[in-house]
Design a protein around this ligand. Structure first.
Ligand code: ADP
Ligand code: MG
Length: 253
């Protein structure tokens, strides 16, 4: 079976007036249908840069990114992004209008169809009661749920999530993580999820790619995350193991 997303030897660089910054160095990984694939690494290791490249917003200096065998050259409705920031919604549109907007503009659905689909996804993220509210009246967690509903309503090949819960308080973060997993149980969508938190990576992912600090290189891939349980101590063991894999080299210096 060929992978849904194939990232092969991807080096990403930023040209600034004074220096050339290498954000990632020959990173390779493959995401299969229905994977909850997590990119894990410390701040500055190039996670957001990689995600933007998969989104088609940045172009690799070396290597290739393919979705279903087609090379990614520009953004597309087959890859929807959810960001960390709470300001990703259009402030002058209601929850319903925010979720409908890409369905009308990018998918070109008839208004009735777009509205029905938007309502169904808003229901899935438990926001029906806020459907006519404007973003400034919502909590951070509610805004992130709207962004998730908007991305999922497009039914993309892959949902790209860049630390969507990192700026939430701990309790809300846990609720949002649980809801995301429940949504995944319902629809088995494919998600590429970025985080710097080992615990979040283990909770969300079935597979985790560990990246080294700047520039990001693949350190290891952990593929049996679903086998650990939060109750029998195996999640704690995996967390320790991943911590060692991530920081072994630094500790040796
Ligand atoms: P992460 O998301 O893992 O924290 P980023 O992908 O944001 O990391 O950044 C990776 C590296 O690229 C960092 O060293 C960062 O300073 C650099 N970088 C990110 N964006 C830019 C930019 N627009 N111009 C120059 N350097 C950048
Ligand atoms: Mg980032």
């Amino acid at each position: 079976m060929s992978a849904l997303l194939d990232v092969s030897g991807v080096t990403l660089r930023y040209k600034t007036p004074s220096v050339l910054v290498t954000a990632t160095d020959r990173v390779s990984f493959q995401v299969n249908q229905s994977d909850r694939f997590v990119l894990l690494g410390p701040s500055g290791c190039g996670k957001s840069t990689l995600l933007k490249a998969v989104g088609g917003y940045l172009h690799p200096s070396e290597g290739k990114i393919r979705i279903k065998g087609r090379e990614v050259t520009e953004p597309g409705a087959d890859r929807m992004m959810v960001f960390q920031e709470f300001d990703q919604l259009l402030p002058w549109k209601t929850v319903l209008e925010n979720v409908m907007f890409p369905l009308l503009v990018a998918r070109k659905l008839p208004r009735k169809e777009a509205e029905d689909r938007a309502k169904a996804y808003i229901e899935k993220v438990n926001l029906t009661r806020a459907i006519n509210s404007y973003p400034h009246t919502l909590s951070g967690g509610m805004k992130q749920r709207v962004a998730i509903a908007r991305g999922m309503a497009m039914e993309p090949d892959i949902l790209l999530m860049d630390e969507p819960f990192a700026a939430l308080d701990a309790l809300t973060r846990r609720t949002c993580q649980d809801e995301l997993l429940q949504l995944w149980e319902d629809t088995k969508f494919t998600v590429l999820f970025v985080t710097h938190s080992i615990a979040e990576a283990i909770k969300i992912g079935n597979r985790i790619l560990l990246l080294s600090p700047h520039p990001g290189r693949v350190k290891a891939e952990v593929n049996d995350v679903d086998r650990v349980s939060p109750t029998d101590g195996s999640a704690g063991q995996l967390e320790k193991h991943i911590h060692e894999l991530l920081f072994a080299e630094e500790g040796a210096h």
